[in-house]
Design a binder for this molecule. Structure first.
Ligand SMILES: C[S@@+](CC[C@H](N)C(=O)[O-])C[C@H]1O[C@@H](n2cnc3c(N)ncnc32)[C@H](O)[C@@H]1O
Length: 396
């Protein structure tokens, strides 16, 4: 039966192009490569992904330790960026996906790396799948939200049946912040095109977002929320759920780990940028170093006046740490490749208050500049903010 015009066969066609770390990749064509090419492509994609999401390095390490020697189900495992690391850590892993060729990629990597604690499960309809179990952990990273809520609910009931009594379900889902910043129409089919690019004429059929209330609805009487951790520009949330209904109304939002502290410990500061290292291009200074932007949707407000690499001499620049206080509106901070006139990394500060962010510099370019822009997708607006500090950092 079709729910909201969503069909697993359409979803399967789209997701044969899996997210890889270097854009979408056809897992069917990847499998046609010889072993050496196959492993090289996979390694490049894994490395690119790890350097793109600075938080991943710490969080995935945390999950690796958690899953050591445990029985884990990974639901919607894609090409197994995290899953191969879990196997290497000694986890007994079942990878489940609606695309057989995605599963075949993980099996082949595992075989080539002599990792023999993997099994796979093809799901014709993931909401009707019996996962068997019992599992210590069920891990669904960026997958559950790609079908209508009623199907997600059914899947969760099947997760609960497959979870050991002391087990935990770990979900990575889009946040309401992501959806509000990008898809005012509220249509899951439109949001789907924002979260994942169309490929070969096919659109991602479905993406939903979560807030606390919707998560409580998903949990129903069977589960309660134990962990909540925002991730990647607050556009995603990691949730940890355990069996049983929560007895008190008290909010329990413990983070899985302190990612900022882990990142900070791994960095050495090799340079800094101050206000006078920027050219003010779209606003004015008001009250002691605060910037009031011009009224715009996306205008550049501050551009660093020399190539960033000039500031760090012979050191290798891996990460830019920004410490910004936002009073009003929202700003985007990006690394601009001058020659190509494209942003190679960016994030948005959307909530008032002081916040730290880390921008991985996954490139080795001579002329990259830091650009702070006004960010207002809905209508022209004005933002008000202050740079407290910008540190140029090298990984220790
Ligand atoms: C965005 S990718 C995430 C892959 C992987 N977890 C990762 O983090 O790289 C979504 C994955 O979920 C699978 N998927 C998409 N829709 C699904 C659904 N309704 N049920 C189960 N898996 C689904 C896709 O085949 C794909 O492998």
């Amino acid at each position: 039966m079709l729910v909201d015009n969503f069909s697993f066969s359409d979803a399967r066609e789209y997701w044969k192009y899996a997210p890889s770390g270097l854009g979408k990749i056809s897992t069917e064509s990847l499998l046609s490569r010889n072993d050496e090419d196959f492993l090289n492509i996979i390694t490049n994609h894994y490395n690119s992904r790890a350097s793109h999401y600075w938080e991943d390095v710490h969080l995935v390490k945390y999950f690796q330790n958690l899953f050591k020697g445990k029985k884990v189900l990974s639901f919607g495992s894609g090409i197994g960026h995290n899953e191969i690391l879990f196997l290497e850590a000694g986890c007994y892993l079942t990878c489940a996906d609606i695309v057989q060729s995605n599963l075949d990629v993980i099996s082949r990597v595992a075989e080539l790396k002599h990792l023999n604690t993997l099994s796979t499960l093809f799901m014709e309809d993931s909401s009707e799948t019996n996962f068997k179990g019992p599992y210590d952990y069920i891990y669904a990273r960026g997958s559950l939200h790609h079908m209508p809520f009623s199907l997600q609910k059914k899947t969760m009931e099947n997760f609960v049946s497959a979870l050991s009594d002391n087990g935990k379900i770990i979900l990575n889902l889009y946040s309401s912040k992501f959806y509000e910043a990008t898809t005012p129409s509220g249509d899951p089919k439109e949001f789907a095109k924002v979260t994942d690019p169309s490929v070969n004429g096919l659109n991602n059929p479905w993406s939903e977002y979560y807030d606390d209330q919707k998560m409580l609805e998903l949990c129903g009487d069977n589960l309660h929320i134990v962990n909540k951790q925002v991730w990647n520009n607050d556009y995603y949330i990691w949730w940890g759920l355990e069996k049983g209904k929560k007895i008190t109304e008290e909010k329990v939002n413990t983070e899985f780990m302190d990612i900022f502290n882990a990142e900070l410990k791994s960095l050495e500061i090799i340079g800094t940028l101050q206000n006078n290292d920027f050219e003010l291009t779209g606003g004015n200074y008001v009250e002691n170093e605060y910037v009031l932007t011009d009224i715009s949707n996306y205008g550049y407000v501050m551009v660093s006046d020399t190539p960033i690499l000039q500031e760090v001499g012979n050191c290798v620049l891996n990460v830019i740490e920004t410490d910004i206080s936002l009073v009003q509106g929202s700003v985007s901070i990006g690394i601009l490749d001058i020659a190509k006139d494209t942003f190679i990394q960016s994030f948005q500060v959307l909530t008032s208050g002081r916040a730290f962010h880390y921008l991985p510099v996954a490139c080795n370019l001579d002329d990259i500049r830091l650009v702070i822009s006004n960010f207002s997708p809905d209508k022209e607006n004005q933002s008000h903010f202050k740079i407290n500090n910008i540190s140029l950092c090298q990984k220790k």
